[in-house]
Design a protein around this ligand. Structure first.
Ligand code: OAD
Length: 242
C-alpha cells in the first residue's frame, strides 16, 4: 500500500476529492448502479430527466421527496468525518461531490462543490437563479417561487447542463493529489474530471468494485469501503505531513 505522493505532502498541498454515491452508502443512502441500487428500482427516464418533469412532475417530486426524507434520517459516516479532518490539516482541500446529499457539510467540510445539485434546495422553473432552502422535507405540487412558477428540485437531471463542471475542472487542474471515492465513473462529464489532473500527479481511488483506471498510470486503487479506506488513508496523510 505504498503511496509515492504522500512523501511530498505539506500543509500547502492542494488536495481534491471526487466523491460519489459510495461515499454515503454506509450512511444508509442507496447508490445508483450497485445491485439493488436506485436505478434498478426506478426508471431514470421517468424520474430524473426534463422529459420526466414535463410528463409527470408530481411523480418526480415524490421521488425526490422520498430521497430527502431518507437523507434527513441519515448521518455522516466515518469517511465524511475523516475528510473533514483532512481539510483541517490541509486548508487547500476541496471536495467535488456528485452527491446531492449534504453529509459532507454535516460532517464539517467547508469547501464542497456539488456537481449534481443539492437535495435540500429547490429552485424556480422560470429562473434558475432563484434557489431556496427547503424548510421541512418536501416540495409540494403547487408550491411556487416569488415569480409565480412551480418549484422543482435543485438537481441536475440527465440531459441537462452541469453548470459547476468548469469550476470543478479548474480545482482539479491545480491539484497535487486527487482522491476518488465511491464512484463507478460511469457518468459524464463528472468522470472526465480525472483527465484535468496535471500529468504525473497521483490519483488514489477507494471503491470496493473493479474500476477501469488504465488511462491513469499514476493511480492506486484500494478496493475497500469508504468508511474503512478513507479513514486509513487520511491517517496516513496526516502522519506523512507532520
Ligand atoms: P454509482 O451508483 O454509479 O456508483 C457507486 C459506486 O460506489 C460503485 O463504484 C460502488 O462500487 C461504490 N460503493 C458502494 N458501496 C461503497 C462503499 N461502502 N464505499 C465506497 N464505495 C462504495 O454512483 P455514482 O458514481 O455516484 O447522477 O453515480 C454518478 C451519478 O449517477 C450520480 O451523481 C447520479 C447518478 O445517476 C444524477 O442523478 C445526475
Amino acid at each position: 500500500m505504498k503511496i509515492p505522493s504522500l512523501g511530498n505532502l505539506s500543509r500547502n498541498s492542494k488536495i481534491s476529492i471526487l466523491s460519489g454515491a459510495g461515499m454515503s452508502a454506509e450512511s444508509g443512502i442507496s447508490t445508483f448502479r450497485d445491485n439493488g441500487g436506485l436505478w434498478e428500482q426506478y426508471d431514470i427516464y421517468q424520474v430524473a430527466t426534463p422529459e420526466a418533469w414535463r410528463a409527470d412532475p408530481q411523480l418526480v417530486l415524490r421521488f425526490y421527496n422520498e430521497r430527502r426524507k431518507q437523507l434527513l434520517n441519515a448521518r455522516p459516516n466515518a469517511a465524511h468525518y475523516a475528510l473533514s479532518q483532512l481539510e483541517q490539516h490541509f486548508p487547500h482541500t476541496h471536495i467535488i461531490t456528485q452527491n446531492i446529499d449534504d453529509l459532507h457539510e454535516r460532517a464539517g467540510s467547508r469547501q464542497v462543490l456539488h456537481l449534481h445539485g443539492e437535495l435540500r434546495k429547490s429552485r424556480s422553473c422560470a429562473d434558475e437563479n432563484l434557489v431556496y432552502d427547503i424548510e421541512g422535507d418536501s416540495i409540494a405540487w403547487g408550491e411556487k417561487c416569488e415569480k409565480g412558477s412551480q418549484l422543482r428540485p435543485h438537481v441536475v437531471w440527465f440531459g441537462e447542463a452541469v453548470p459547476m463542471i468548469e469550476k470543478a475542472a479548474e480545482i482539479i487542474a491545480q491539484s497535487d493529489l486527487l482522491l476518488v471515492i465511491g464512484t463507478s465513473l460511469n457518468v459524464y462529464p463528472a468522470a472526465g474530471l480525472l483527465h484535468h489532473l496535471p500529468p504525473g500527479r497521483e490519483i488514489i481511488c477507494i471503491d470496493p468494485a473493479e474500476l477501469d483506471l488504465s488511462a491513469f498510470p499514476h493511480s492506486i486503487h484500494w478496493r475497500m469501503k469508504a468508511g474503512e479506506g478513507v479513514k486509513l488513508l487520511v491517517e496516513k496523510m496526516l502522519q506523512s505531513a507532520t
